[in-house]
Design a binder for this molecule. Structure first.
Ligand SMILES: Nc1nc2c(c(=O)[nH]1)N[C@H]1C(S)=C(S)[C@@H](COP(=O)(O)OP(=O)(O)OC[C@H]3O[C@@H](n4cnc5c(=O)[nH]c(N)nc54)[C@H](O)[C@@H]3O)O[C@H]1N2
Ligand SMILES: Nc1nc2c(c(=O)[nH]1)N[C@H]1C(S)=C(S)[C@@H](COP(=O)(O)OP(=O)(O)OC[C@H]3O[C@@H](n4cnc5c(=O)[nH]c(N)nc54)[C@H](O)[C@@H]3O)O[C@H]1N2
Ligand code: SF4
Ligand SMILES: [Mo]
Length: 735
């Protein structure tokens, strides 16, 4: 039977509506859904390939166990769960709760069931050794939201459809489609901004795809953003461009910030950024004078030596110019399913409530910095990590100093991975529990509506049937949680009745919880039969979703601090600001280049390289080098060269590019698949090298322990023994 099923894409934060044609249970075509009120038919190459993940012959269909010979062999679900639970309990009984660590990867953010059960599994484990992709990604953004507005999920987003000036710092939405900012077809939305006379200004060490189409590209030295942004804020103060009335009405703590802004040295900022002081001041004026301007920063700024401070400074610019909660500025969504009250009631959010054992680094919103994971496994003593569960993550490619982590994984007594594939990380596991691909499950976005540029609610039905015996991610997490003595609600008082109900045949499922949150949420029907409000039944009856309108003016509906005021002066941030003000420098060791990262339209971090349509074509794992730097160090276009950092020396293929700021080189992350040859046959064809072999786990950002993945000091030189001896087209080998 032929049918078209409408479904939200779960591959990136843009959440485009897809129209998926299915014939006899097989996906035959994937298009953009023209009737989706949010994405209006937009789709990218990855969205088109979403069905190929389901069809991929290398995707795991049954659990695997490592046998005595060290090979993987199939194992039954029940046997696997029983063995895992027994060993986890034994390890915790002998060595304490913290001996079991959990690492949660990026795809969880697209998975409502797993998001709901993550805390339950954590509670059942009772370990403080929880890690995630966040310390390579959003931690600076989320902690800024937490401090300024009261919750990680209560952050403002650029109201792009109504702005007339976007200052885009360290983000490349033309390629990434946006992050912590949900807006399908950002490329189209940015073009529309320019067509209506608006201005796009991009700050990036590389002339990125977004920068190429901008009105102005400002090249900045990696890590210089904190100086740029505070110098801009200082200019606003100095030139009377602060909207003092609005700042007084919306915030608390301004005096403490203002006195510090007066200490910002704008000449030092010019030196730290490589941007002339006059340009910095002009940028501040342009920004302030725009009618509906907004500043936005992301990965290039977050994964940086001053990632949290610079993220805070981005928000400060919006707040000081009166753009917070104003049309075209930085506005707050009102999601239909709101996790903020839940997070607050369960006291899930915080910063520095406990610290890592070895280095004493703070937790942030429940996670420790991933840069600590290897040392927590390697360093003996009470609390040493002896078992690791990875969920939808590939830390061996995604966290800093991956060579060290890779070898640390070999010391574990037990490793369990819940993942679709055998990859660079899961190949070290003793058990791999593969979920059905998400298209076999219903889907509701519960995170992205908190970052969307329109308020929207959508429910997506399953598209394909799971194969016999396949389980959804949430079913795997739930089973594991229950076998460890926990339950889906993560609280004994709520889980006890559910266990009793299970005996009577009722099984908890995530959608029932979502129905509750939806009905009690801001647009909900509150269980009143006469209400026009939303419930899951109504959502399910709207195949393209329900448009709840543009973002609302004001801040009161989102800021959750007492009195609804934005806290401009949280102690952690002021302390970091004071430390930075003491130096205001952006040092690089003499003779080094600064390594940064980038993304590619047909990649999805480390994991879609096994999809032929996305993997095809020329090698993309290239080190972009400015011709002046190349000439100085003696390497040429297409050469294999040697790249050295504190932690690693290895080969890279060079591509000369005048898009690079001199002194800066760029290597994409997510590559380095040589080890997966037998398990991911397509990805292994073009393995590339892992950028995180060169990044450093010992050099982390100060506030949240963010990984510094941009601005890493490296040296580049010709290959010893000379490049001429290598055949043309030879691929880089992992070091
Ligand atoms: N140098 C450098 N490093 C970076 C970055 C950078 O810019 N530069 N970016 C960082 C960022 S922003 C991120 S988000 C991280 C990502 O880092 P991670 O989250 O650690 O890993 P991913 O590469 O996203 O890989 C996701 C894994 O989940 C599996 N998977 C996919 N879908 C599902 C699913 O539905 N269920 C389950 N159970 N498994 C699934 C895939 O097979 C893969 O193994 O990388 C970070 N690392
Ligand atoms: N096609 C594709 N899309 C993706 C992903 C993917 O892997 N592929 N990953 C998704 C994920 S998980 C995320 S988090 C988002 C990230 O989305 P974005 O934040 O847009 O990330 P990038 O595309 O890596 O762009 C970061 C930019 O920062 C620049 N940069 C590096 N260092 C600095 C610096 O010190 N200062 C400044 N100002 N700029 C700097 C880089 O040159 C780069 O152009 O993308 C998502 N979308
Ligand atoms: S932009 Fe993101 S959400 Fe949209 S189709 Fe592509 S991968 Fe899917
Ligand atoms: Mo990310």
């Amino acid at each position: 039977m032929k049918q078209t099923i409408f479904r939200t894409c779960t591959l990136c934060e843009a959440t485009c509506g897809l129209a998926i044609d299915v014939d006899d249970g097989n996906i035959v075509n994937v298009r953009g859904d023209e009737d989706d009120p949010f994405s209006r038919g937009y789709i990218c190459a990855k969205g088109v390939a979403i069905g190929a993940v389901h069809a991929d012959p290398d995707r795991l269909r049954q659990p695997l166990r490592r046998n005595e010979r060290g090979d993987f062999e199939p194992v039954g679900w029940d046997e696997a769960f029983a063995a895992i639970a027994t060993r986890l309990r034994a390890i915790q009984a002998e060595h304490g709760k913290d001996a079991v660590a959990l690492y949660v990867g990026n795809p969880i953010i697209h998975n409502h069931g797993a998001l709901l059960l993550r805390q339950s599994l954590m509670n059942a484990l009772g370990s403080r050794n929880v890690y995630s992709a966040s310390s390579q990604d959003t931690a600076p953004r989320f902690v800024t939201n937490y401090y300024l507005y009261g919750s990680a999920l209560a952050g403002p987003v650029p109201d792009i459809d109504r702005s007339d000036y976007l200052l885009c710092i360290g983000a490349n939405p033309y390629v990434s489609n946006g992050s912590a900012w949900t807006a399908p077809d950002l490329k189209g939305r940015l073009r529309a901004l320019r067509q209506r006379g608006g201005k796009l200004v991009v700050v990036d060490p590389r002339r990125s795809e977004t920068a190429r189409e901008a009105d102005e590209h400002i090249a900045i030295r990696p890590g210089g953003d904190v100086a740029l942004l505070f110098a801009m804020a200082a200019t606003l103060v100095d030139e009377g461009l602060v909207d003092r009335e609005r700042v007084a009405a919306q915030t608390r703590g301004w005096d403490e910030v203002e006195s510090r802004l007066r200490r910002v040295d704008r000449d030092a900022a010019a030196a730290a950024t490589g941007i002339e002081r006059g340009t910095i001041e002009r940028l501040a004026r342009d920004f302030a004078h725009a009618k509906q301007g907004v500043a936005y920063s992301r990965i290039g700024v977050c994964n940086n030596r001053f990632g949290t401070l610079a993220t805070y400074a981005t928000d400060l610019l919006n707040i000081l110019t009166g753009r917070l909660g104003r049309v075209g500025g930085a506005m707050f969504p009102r999601p239909a399913i709101d996790l903020v009250p839940l997070a607050r009631v369960a006291e899930m959010e915080g910063h520095g409530r406990w610290r890592s054992r070895v280095r004493g680094l703070p937790e942030t919103l429940g996670d420790l910095p991933s840069g600590c994971l290897a040392e927590e496994i390697e360093t003996p003593g009470p609390g040493q990590v002896r078992a690791l569960i990875t969920f939808a993550g590939n830390p061996v490619l995604s966290v800093p100093n991956t060579k060290r982590l890779r070898s640390a994984l070999g010391q574990l007594e037990l490793m369990v991975s819940i993942d679709l594939y055998v990859n660079e990380t899961t190949r070290h596991a003793d058990f791999i529990l593969p979920p059905a691909w998400s298209l076999a499950e219903e889907h509701v976005d519960i995170l992205f509506p908190a970052f969307s540029v329109r308020n929207i609610a959508r429910w997506s039905p399953p598209v394909v049937e799971p194969a016999a015996g396949e389980r959804a991610d949430w079913e795997i997490l739930l089973e594991l949680t229950e076998r460890l003595g926990g339950g889906p609600m993560g609280m004994p008082v709520l889980d006890a009745p559910l266990r009793w109900a299970k005996g009577l045949g009722y099984r908890w499922n995530p959608t029932a919880t979502l129905d509750l949150l939806l009905r009690l949420g801001p647009y909900g029907d509150r269980f009143l039969p006469w209400s026009q409000g939303l419930n899951m039944k109504k959502l399910k009856a709207a195949p393209h979703g329900i448009d709840l309108g543009p973002l609302e003016e004001g801040t009161a509906h989102r800021v959750c601090h007492a009195g609804g005021r934005v806290d401009l002066a949280p102690t952690s941030l002021l302390t970091a600001l004071d430390d930075w003000l003491g130096e205001q420098l952006n040092r690089g060791a003499a003779g080094t280049l600064s390594l940064i990262g980038r993304r590619d339209v047909r990649t999805n971090n480390s994991w879609m390289h096994n999809i032929p349509a996305l993997a095809a074509g020329r090698d993309r794992c290239l080190l972009l080098v400015h011709p002046e730097d190349a000439a100085r160090v003696g390497v040429g276009d297409d050469d294999l060269a040697e790249l050295e950092s504190r932690v690693h020396t290895g080969q890279v293929r060079v591509r000369l590019s005048t898009d690079m700021m001199p002194g800066v080189v760029s290597l994409p992350h997510g590559w380095g698949h040589a080890e997966t040859e037998p398990w991911q046959r397509v990805a292994a064809q073009q393995p590339g090298v892992s950028a995180n072999d060169w990044t450093d786990d010992q050099d982390l950002e100060a506030v949240v322990g963010q990984s510094i993945l941009n601005g890493v000091a490296v040296r580049l030189r010709p290959l010893p023994g000379s490049a001429q001896t290598l055949e043309d087209g030879a691929r880089p080998t992992p070091g």
